[in-house]
Design a binder for this molecule. Sequence first.
Ligand code: F6P
Length: 235
Amino acid sequence: PRTFYLTRHGQSEYNLLGKIGGDSGLTPAGIEYARRLAVFAKEEIAKRHDLEGNVMDDSEISEDANGQPKQRPCRLWTSTLRRTQETAQFIQHDTISHTFDNGDTLDWVQFRQMPRRNLDELYAGTCDGMTYKEIEQVFPEEFARRQADKLSYRYPRGESYMDVTLRLEPLAQEMERTREPVLIIGHQGILRILYAYFMGLDRKEAPYVSIPLNNVIELTPHAYGCHEKRYCLMM
Ligand code: F6P
């Protein structure tokens, strides 16, 4: 089965300041994560999947009869925001030419990249760019309402987790249909929903799922859910 790889962008300027939303770029630590993610993409994603989509262990990673690395085309989806695109910047988009045993050849672009608007972070509307402390001081009632019902709470002029769940539905279905491994560089709120969807969690649990920075979550679908593995690329 194909595998999904979910990661947040590297640390952003806003992460460092504790501000939500916005469209800031990466900090030096964020850039370092982007570099490590590019190595991970090559070594752990591209080389670990054969053309049938099976994950290979170390002993199986090898070259085919024509000296081509046995690897598979992978998809790379980011949001349209700077911090995810900057996190993708070191991932190589080499064209790979594969020759099958019967002599047929196939060219593909490794990690074909696509920015997806429906992967953009939950929009905090009027609160975009504020810290949680500022929200609590300036809009105490809004803050309390969110604490009471994080799933349904919609930021003024912004979105709720429920809204984002709806906008992600077509994307989740596309993931299910995709035959290549997919690497998604996204955001905390977005990845919580995708994770909950594929792990079969209750909707109410989704807004609280732990999706730390600097980690890649590998999900391999099986009959009743997904097998999960987490890789910490940086402390
Ligand atoms: O702080 C990073 C961030 O991605 C914000 O942009 C976003 O509003 C928030 O996390 C989502 O997390 P929570 O729903 O817990 O506030």
